[in-house]
Design a protein around this ligand. Structure first.
Ligand SMILES: Cc1cc2nc3c(=O)[nH]c(=O)nc-3n(C[C@H](O)[C@H](O)[C@H](O)COP(=O)(O)O)c2cc1C
Length: 159
């Protein structure tokens, strides 16, 4: 049985952590890519991203979602947008039946919102065993080695 690390990242923070987790576990990795990416402009991204969260959007993805039966453990990673997970995660969750798996969450934020996000995600994965969750504050701006050590320690704790 295998582990899948699935994530969305607009600006590379969640991607950094996802790569570290996948490398540590020798896991497969799936980066969710929306067909229409939101603009990365300083203010526009908040307007577009915020609207997308508020309206509960499920943006179409470029990815083929793999058969989840093949995995026994799934890590789900997201940036915090307006206090919750980013809309591509919505699309992933609603296009799969994920049950009887070990599930872990990781999130990146600029200061807060992860706790609420993890609480919401837990309610969407009630038929699974939640093995852990962790969050980082803009890790791409932090010392990468320290982030890696934190990831390693977390993996060890939940494994
Ligand atoms: C649309 C949008 C909404 C955001 N909302 C929040 C928020 O509610 N709380 C927070 O701490 N950071 C918020 N952020 C900041 C990101 O969560 C943070 O910078 C994160 O590290 C970005 O991850 P990424 O590089 O993987 O996209 C928001 C960013 C965007 C683009």
């Amino acid at each position: 049985m295998k582990t899948l690390v699935v994530f969305y990242s607009l600006e590379g923070n969640t991607k950094l952590v996802a790569n570290m987790i996948a490398e540590e576990l020798g896991a497969e990795i799936l980066e969710l890519k929306p067909k229409k990416e939101i603009p990365k402009g300083k203010f526009l991204k908040f307007v577009w991203g915020g609207k997308s969260v508020i309206f509960g959007e499920k943006p179409e993805l470029l990815n083929q979602i793999p058969n989840m039966e093949a995995y026994d453990t799934v890590f789900i990673g997201t940036p915090i947008w307006a206090g919750t997970f980013a809309p591509p995660i919505n699309t992933f969750i609603s296009s799969n039946i994920i049950a009887d798996k070990k599930v872990a969450f990781f999130a990146c934020n600029a200061g807060g919102g992860s706790k609420k996000c993890f609480g919401k995600l837990k309610t969407l994965f009630i038929n699974n065993i939640i093995i852990g969750s962790i969050d980082f504050v803009d890790p791409a701006k932090q010392n990468k080695e320290r982030v890696k050590e934190e990831v390693k320690a977390w993996i060890k704790k939940i494994s």
